[in-house]
Design a protein around this ligand. Structure first.
Ligand code: DQQ
Length: 543
């Protein structure tokens, strides 16, 4: 075996080699989880013959790679098989895949594929329907901007509905289709959702969530007063996944967001770092909605070619509506905890101004860490009017990670011993005109001594309860990725970093407070993470 590369992850999903982007058609079928993904089998870069890679799992953490599931073959997809989704037809218990084909004229069309053999639980082979394409660009949609069919949902009339992302000039749209048999689809002349001055809507995802604070997921077709709906749009121009909470007007066939897209930092995002083209699915075994998102590289294309691979998927996240009803909450699936090994616990540790305390004894390059910080009196906080400020800019200021009043406090991940390299994930608390806010940042500016890396700092602002006593932070650290969950999953920030010193055993982890007010680590738990088993069928012991 060749030595492991320093930036290759140990428990995040990656193909053995080459390029990966969007997660496609995730589903749980007869005891097996399936993940398909956009894949260029020829190179570590995006290409003009994209296929659907395919892997299966029993626990969403260890994965068996199978042959590609869908590859270009007919006039309707000869130039690539782009993103799409799976739907399991209830009663028949049959999975259907709708995906985008780039056809022989380089137009984007939607195609249907079904398993060849339902008794093969891995669903290795997929057959394309003889009537493909099942959707072609309708009027008012550009032929090369019509893609990414969603999972279908069934209306009370029994008809299936899907949305497809589209563009007409500057207008982004999600186009609604209806079908009785999944094969012949009728377009709705009115868009399901539209936004001006945004450009194309990619990878629309539409699903219900419970409004009572339950963490349970909701089956995609369910419509009743106990739910509201979420529409997620990946805006290509922004390279971010935005979600809208709102009302599904099923009679009019459209979605009315509670708050419209503004294009500013006040729009809600799944993740304020690197995270795109995500897709969720409902899993009935544990009654949850699971979200996958693509995390691209922050190094150069040349680096990717050298590494021989590019692209990660996040650790799958459970997603539900916060009890406030105002935002979604995301949390790494409990299954990831099976990888937790050596454990370090710190309790009631006072962090005075300027402290950084090493969390030693675990493999800091491959770790799961959860901290609960006890806050000082909030009245002492600095003043900030969050209206019109861009949290990402605030987090990027020269001293944001170095000094303040309440905060910055948080973690220094993938740090070298001398701290020349580190990724700072931290909070700052501010007094705002109408209460208090917390700023959460992930600062990559000192993550590596290497150049030619995108070290953009990320951040987000969250309203907090004026009586708040504690705030939590969890980070999943895996060699070149830091996935952070603030305030129990109300704010997520994922970053990619490529340390030159803080590699493997030379990586360290610290908890710090550079605010003038002391904070207390009321509890910190950190674990070394074991390597997940991810490999080709036959080459791994995982079955
Ligand atoms: N990636 C796919 C498209 C989709 C985009 C192509 C989003 O279907 O719109 O690989 O990242």
């Amino acid at each position: 075996a060749t030595a492991k590369q320093p930036y290759r992850t140990s428990y995040h999903f990656q193909p053995q080699e080459n390029w990966m982007n969007d997660p496609n058609g995730p589903m749980y079928y007869k005891g097996v989880y399936h993940l398909f993904y956009q894949h260029n089998p020829e190179a570590a870069t995006f290409g003009d013959r994209i296929v659907w890679g395919h892997s299966v799992s029993y626990d969403l953490i260890n994965w068996i790679h199978l042959n590609n599931a869908i590859e270009p073959s007919g006039p309707y997809d000869i130039n690539s098989c782009w993103s799409g989704s799976a739907t399991i037809i209830p009663g028949k218990e049959e999975p259907m895949i709708l995906y985008t084909g780039i056809d022989d004229k380089k137009h984007q069309v939607q195609n249907l594929a079904v398993p060849r053999n339902l008794s093969d639980t891995f669903l290795r082979e997929w057959v394309k329907h003889s009537q493909n394409p099942v959707m072609t660009p309708p009027s008012g949609v550009e032929v090369d901007n019509f893609r990414d069919p969603s999972t279908a949902w069934q209306g009370k009339d029994g008809k299936w509905r899907v949305v497809v992302g589209a563009q007409n000039g500057d207008e982004g749209k999600a186009i609604l289709y209806q079908s009785e048999d999944f094969v012949s689809w009728k377009v709705d002349p009115n868009p399901f959702y539209a936004s001006q001055n945004t450009g194309v809507c990619e990878c629309p995802d539409f699903f219900p969530v419970y409004i009572n604070g339950s963490t349970n997921g909701v089956e995609t077709s369910l419509q009743n007063p106990s739910v509201k709906h979420v529409l997620k749009i990946s805006y290509l121009r922004k390279q971010h996944d935005y979600y809208f909470l709102g009302n599904y007007a099923s009679d009019q066939g459209n979605f009315i967001p509670d708050v419209r897209f503004t294009g500013t930092s006040s729009d809600l995002r799944y993740d304020y770092g690197k995270f795109y083209a995500s897709k969720s699915f409902f899993e009935n075994a544990k009654n949850r909605r699971i979200l996958w998102g693509w995390v691209n590289e922050s190094d150069s294309t040349q680096d990717d070619i050298q590494k021989g691979w590019a692209g990660l998927q996040t650790i799958p996240r459970q997603v539900w509506l916060d009890k406030s009803g105002k935002r979604l909450v995301q949390w790494p699936l409990e299954e990831v905890e099976q990888l937790r090994g050596k454990h370090i616990r710190i309790t009631r540790e006072n962090l005075e101004h300027g402290s950084n305390l090493e969390v030693s004894g675990i493999t800091a390059s491959q770790a799961d860490v959860e901290v609960l910080f006890e806050l000082p009196e909030l009245e002492k906080a600095e003043f900030l009017d969050p209206n019109g400020v861009d949290p990402q800019l605030l987090c990027s200021q020269e001293y944001a990670a170095r000094s303040g009043t309440i905060g910055p406090f948080g973690l220094l991940a993938l740090a070298s011993k001398d701290l020349k390299e580190h990724t700072a994930v931290f909070f700052r608390i501010y007094r705002a005109p109408n209460g208090y806010v917390s700023l959460m940042c992930s600062d990559q500016s000192r993550s590596s001594l290497r150049h030619d890396l995108d070290k953009t700092t990320y951040g987000s602002i969250l309203d907090i309860d004026p009586n708040l006593k504690t705030i939590s932070l969890r980070s999943l650290i895996d060699h070149s990725i830091v996935e952070s969950f603030g305030d129990e999953g109300r704010v997520c920030i994922t970053s990619r970093v490529y340390p030159s010193l803080a590699i493997d055993k030379d990586a360290h982890l610290y908890v710090f407070n550079y605010g003038s007010q002391s904070v207390v680590v009321s509890e910190l738990n950190a674990w070394s993470m074991k390597q997940a088993e991810i490999g080709y069928e036959g080459n791994i012991s995982y079955t």
